[in-house]
Design a protein around this ligand. Structure first.
Ligand code: UT7
Length: 335
């Protein structure tokens, strides 16, 4: 169901942070053992390099470190955090949740913690949930984290997917607005899913198709994707939900400063900017450096863009994601 907010925002982004592994994997890494080239990868995806987490390092590491930064930037103490929502499809364990591991790592002693699984659309979903909880008075400050270690679920011998994905995450603190924050905050949201497309992008091991030795030997646990189909749906849904969220915020394309879309492929970003009829410069991108980090991509780009002084206070930004499920959505925010 779409979700609409009134014109006075309930919550705003009070802090932000990002965290990626140190290890850089260049396109040459893949061309050294797969039938692929740097030219093909650059031309078809715009990706030059991505980060891979080391063996034995879990998703919660990057969730916690980006969250720590976000809490500091928000100027809050840890006991002011009322809850943690982590958008991820690559948790450390089946359970407990990454959110609970973040609570433990940062010693957040109160409130709720849960993970939300909406694949690459997850961060926009999580923001929408957190904003609604703040609007309802359930919480004042919520850590909203988007993080995935996609290298851990990707078949590194499948050239059609191995080259695309990377690891990392980002976080924001969403806080209740005050008279001082004025018009800043989450202005509107539109989130959707279409389970009829559940067969074109996923990692199909679980209760129905267990992690048996046989299934693992066949690579059943790895991500599978029909790239061409996903590409078409991504361009359509990112465009439609962006326009819908803008419209719900009673804004037009002319009011827009930036679009921060899920970083899957530079060609998708270019196509969406064309369809929205915005200047390509307004479609921010760092896919060249991080590849597709799934739920991590939007908060990583948002954090980087604020840190670099590109996105500034009071700018109107659309955050829009799409992923396996298929899930998609957009949030319009005044920073
Ligand atoms: O995060 C969730 C959202 N995910 C996405 O949005 C991903 C969306 N999809 C895409 O970004 C693109 O579809 C891909 C980058 C995955 C693929 O690009 P494409 O232009 O759609 O290529 P294609 O799948 O149509 O494949 C074209 C050719 C094929 O060969 P044939 O059948 O034409 O002989 C592939 O086998 O390119 C081949 N190919 C490669 N060649 C060199 C596929 N991967 C590679 C590779 N290197 N790494």
């Amino acid at each position: 169901m779409p979700h609409t907010r009134s014109k006075t925002p309930s919550s705003y982004i009070s802090g932000w942070g990002m965290s990626v592994p140190e290890k850089i994997i260049t396109n040459q890494h893949f061309s050294s053992y797969l039938e692929t080239t740097n030219d093909w990868i650059m031309e078809r995806t715009g990706i030059k390099e991505r980060r891979f987490a080391e063996v034995g390092v879990g998703t919660s590491e990057f969730a916690a470190s980006s969250a720590d930064l976000a809490i500091v930037r928000a100027g809050l103490s840890k006991d002011q955090i009322d809850g943690v929502i982590v958008a991820t499809i690559t948790p450390d364990y089946s359970f407990p949740s990454v959110a609970c591991l973040v609570q433990e790592k940062l010693q957040l002693k109160k409130g709720f913690a849960f993970d939300l699984g909406a694949a690459c659309g997850g961060f926009v979903y999580a923001l929408t949930v957190a904003d609604s909880m703040i609007a309802k008075g359930i919480a004042k400050n919520i850590l909203v984290i988007g993080v995935d270690l996609m290298s851990k679920v990707t078949d590194q011998n499948d050239r059609s997917t191995a080259i695309l994905f990377g690891d990392g995450g980002g976080a924001v603190v969403l806080s209740a607005t005050t008279p001082e924050t004025g018009d800043r905050g989450i202005l509107s949201s539109a989130i959707y899913a279409d389970g009829d497309h559940s067969d074109i992008l996923g990692a199909y091991c679980g209760t129905k198709n267990p992690y048996t030795q046989e299934n693992i030997a066949k690579g059943e646990h790895y991500l599978k994707m029909n790239g061409r189909e996903v590409f078409k749906i991504a361009v359509r849904t990112l465009t439609e939900s962006s326009l819908e969220s803008l419209n719900k915020a009673s804004l037009t394309i002319n009011d827009l400063d930036w679009v921060i879309a899920h970083q899957a492929n530079q060609r998708i970003l270019t196509a969406v900017a064309e369809k929205l009829a915005i200047d390509q410069d307004k479609m921010l991108s760092n896919v060249e450096r991080y590849g597709n980090t799934s739920a991590g991509s939007i908060p990583i780009l948002l954090s980087e863009s604020i840190d670099q002084g590109v996105v500034k206070q009071d700018d109107i930004v659309i955050l829009t994601g799409v992923g396996g499920g298929m899930t998609w959505g957009a949030v319009t925010v005044r920073i």
